[in-house]
Design a protein around this ligand. Structure first.
Ligand SMILES: [Mg+2]
Length: 189
């Protein structure tokens, strides 16, 4: 089987890492509960920043956040297990082209199984659907409503990685990565 994964906030806990980084850089102590209550993807409002200030904050610290964001619990182990069982693991991320090489290296360093020819990076959010179709993925996982809304006509079984900003979406949902192995057991693969 072919499994495709978005990276940010699907495999890597990027926004929470950014939230913690903003707290440190701004010398603030905004409670993590404020983060968990956010129902939109941007986090700057939790710090009282305007959209422009938020953009500047993100641009200033993006590299540090991108390459040090930790995986969600069990993400590395479950993807390794997929490979061990003979499945193919694909990555489909809309991080811009200039960040692709270092992103791939950071994934490998974190322990994710990354095959050169199965790493797709640098497309627009709305172009993911074409790549997922061409790759003939059996399963695809993403967190972002804007992406997920484009995937309904695919043969791939699409799962939303649970987050406060996507809970309005009525579709198969994964909260913790161990659930994926349970799902496969049910599907006998
Ligand atoms: Mg994402």
């Amino acid at each position: 089987m072919r499994f495709g994964f978005d990276i940010d906030d699907t495999l890597l806990n990027l926004r929470e890492h950014a939230f913690r980084t903003y707290n440190a850089k701004l010398n603030r102590q905004v409670d993590i509960e404020v983060f968990h209550a956010l129902t939109c993807i941007p986090i700057h409002e939790a710090f009282g920043l305007t959209a422009d200030e938020g953009r500047e904050m993100w641009n200033t610290h993006r590299d540090e956040i991108y390459y040090s964001a930790p995986p969600f619990a069990d993400a590395v182990e479950v993807l390794q297990e997929l490979e061990r069982r003979g499945h193919e693991v694909y990555y489909v991320t809309a991080r811009k082209a200039e960040y692709c090489e270092r992103t791939k290296k950071a994934l490998i360093k974190a322990g994710f199984p990354v095959a050169e020819e199965r790493f797709y990076c640098g497309m627009d959010d709305l172009d993911k659907v074409h790549i997922i179709r061409e790759l003939e993925l059996d399963y695809y996982f993403d967190d972002k409503p804007k992406v997920l809304e484009t995937l309904s006509g695919l043969k791939a079984v699409t799962y939303v990685k649970d987050n406060a900003y996507n809970r309005h979406m009525d579709m198969p949902r994964i909260v913790g990565w161990q659930e994926l192995l349970n799902l496969l057991q049910e599907d006998n693969c």
